[in-house]
Design a protein. Sequence first.
Length: 339
Amino acid sequence: MSDRTILVTGGCGFIGSNFVRHLMDNRPDVRVVNLDKLTYAGNPENLAGFEGDPRYRFVRGDVSEPADVARAMEGGVDEIVNFAAESHVDRSILDSRLFVKTNVVGTQVLLEAARRAGVSRFIQIGTDEVYGDLGGPEGLFTEETPLAPNSPYSASKAAADLLVRSYFRTYGLPAIVTRCSNNYGPFQYPEKLIPLLVTNALDDRPLPIYGDGLNVRDWIHVEDHCRALETVLERGRPGETYNIGGSSERTNLEVARAVLARLEKPESLLSFVPDRPGHDRRYAIDPAKVRRELGWEPRLDFATGIDRTARWYIENRRWWERIKSGEYREYYRLQYGPG
Ligand code: NAD
Ligand code: TDX
């Protein structure tokens, strides 16, 4: 990379903020524009250290509003990495409207802006959930696995991927889709499984386990995901899809027991609760293509990753206590005005 400006959308969320930090810390030749709506999941505190840095600009705005995207692209943008999304499956089951607006319309608005600006790369951050459910213990998702999303969230992400595909084919936009497995690590909003388990356990509160707890997810530490994305940005081939995964399958019950063991809390905190509707049984990624073509390898095994993540939540109690107490909404209103 040399002297380029990257528009990162959703940079105040979990993976986006880790990615912005990764670029700011490792790429002195890169400038970052962060376009984020600051929904309940977006927290400018995640990047507080970069405010005032001439290489960093924050724009509050909505990816589904062309005027907001135009504002973020003022001054020129060379590449776009689109993290902005409504990202929680359970919320999409309660109300999917915003998922279509942000994840589908937002991607279309960004693609259109990217095409008009002639950006040199458009990276769409997708998810393994678009492939649907592997069911039993056999098989892995490859890039050729047919799309078969089962939740409104994953359906909206699949629709976005297909729009990206069409912009490559129809307009020649140099776009790439990445599809990653379940991430965990610092700054993850405590509605998602691992931070929910860790923060509840730290407060001696029950750990909600959906159904029988035997659903399987394939975990990757967010740092490994960010390194993979940097590689895709540098060397990925336009028009391609890259699956990214840590090859670290665990049942939810195994994850919960690992968290309890790390925090020295009793298994009596496990609490089986009604299952998620439509709950996919198993996801698992075959990352052979990104390993082979781009030379990426994950570095953090699950035990190390959980240890570090638990430590981060122990050391950053104020961060998650404010989220759990609902204080953030007020904070945004005071800091950035209504909207
Ligand atoms: P997150 O919910 O933590 O963050 C989403 C961010 O997007 C927030 O900062 C939010 O304010 C922002 N945002 C939401 N709507 C917006 C809009 N309309 N305009 C501008 N900004 C908006 O999500 P995450 O877990 O960091 O996920 C980031 C991306 O990675 C998503 O596209 C998600 O689908 C994908 N992904 C996540 C995982 C995972 O395990 N978390 C795995 C694979 C893929
Ligand atoms: O309280 C819970 N109890 C529980 O058993 C929660 C929140 C989850 N679960 C289960 C459901 C899943 O089997 O844990 C597993 C993981 O759940 P989530 O953290 O909600 O993740 P998942 O539904 O797998 O989706 C995640 O990975 C793919 C991200 O939220 C998505 O944004 C990403 O695309």
